[in-house]
Design a binder for this molecule. Sequence first.
Ligand code: FES
Length: 343
Amino acid sequence: MSFQVALNFEDGITRFVRCRPDETVAEASYKARVNIPLDCRDGACGTCKSLCESGSYDGGDYIDEALTDDEAASGYCLPCQMTPESDLVLRIPSSSAAAKTAAATHTATLTGIERHSATTVEFTLDVDDRQALDFLPGQYVNITVPGTDQSRSYSFSSGPSQRQISFLVRIVDGGAMSRYLTERARVGDRLDFTGPMGSFYLRALTRPALLLAGGTGLAPLLSMLERLAQEAPKHPVHLIYGVTTDEDLVHLDTLQDYAEVIPGFTFDHCVADPSSTARNKGFVTGLMDAGTLHDGSADVYLCGPPAMVEAVRGHITGLGVNPASFHYEKFTPAAVRATAEAA
Ligand code: FES
């Protein structure tokens, strides 16, 4: 028996190692050739101190100079001492290069291209070594555009346990991936990608959550919902999905399906175009009040273009509500992740 431990490095790269309940996270990491920061290996120096964002563990033996009670209560831990009691997600205080590791490269076969509308395409890949690809719901990979030396970043729209992986792409004029998908892509094509990456991922759901999607920013939230469909959360989850025009709207049927299987999951959508046939016209902020934020007790996850991220931040400030946590990812039309932060 072993648990999955996700090691998230400061440069956004994530490596996964398997760790038995009777070995420390540091031992398992080094066995997998991931050299997380270590010095004393004895719970005395604090060099390995990391933040555990999800999961339960036995913290082991250490002295106060290495980890204070307050730090332990805030989720900090010592990988050289801790043993897992469940799957874990740790933030490691070093770059992946310093730990002598890097994002993994995978090769896959294109198995499906679905043109949802003139603006949005979804494609599906069958990964050669699927069992070696772990990721957290919300993360992304860098995909090399076939026939070019360019790569683009896309969040998984599929869940971590689904056999095939999928991605949503907004079609932009002249975009490298847009041109490939609309002009040259054929089922059976081979693609390479590296990852997973990013700190925008679903944490353990210990409070209500508000998910906010702008356009194809829906993709990582679909991946999160797939995970929640398996976990049956005890807290309400509400999603607000905003797009520019009616033809940008995708996966409303998928959201409805999730509403039927995830207890406490509800969603709403809005379209900015005044001529839209949608019930709600305008932006996601028009559907956000103190109630949707549970008066500050909700975790907020937002993926959308930079202007949307800033508008939502300003709106939340204007409501005078301070969410329990605010995780966001900004993306540009070229699908290059500018940031992936939690604030
Ligand atoms: Fe010194 Fe972990 S390496 S406390």
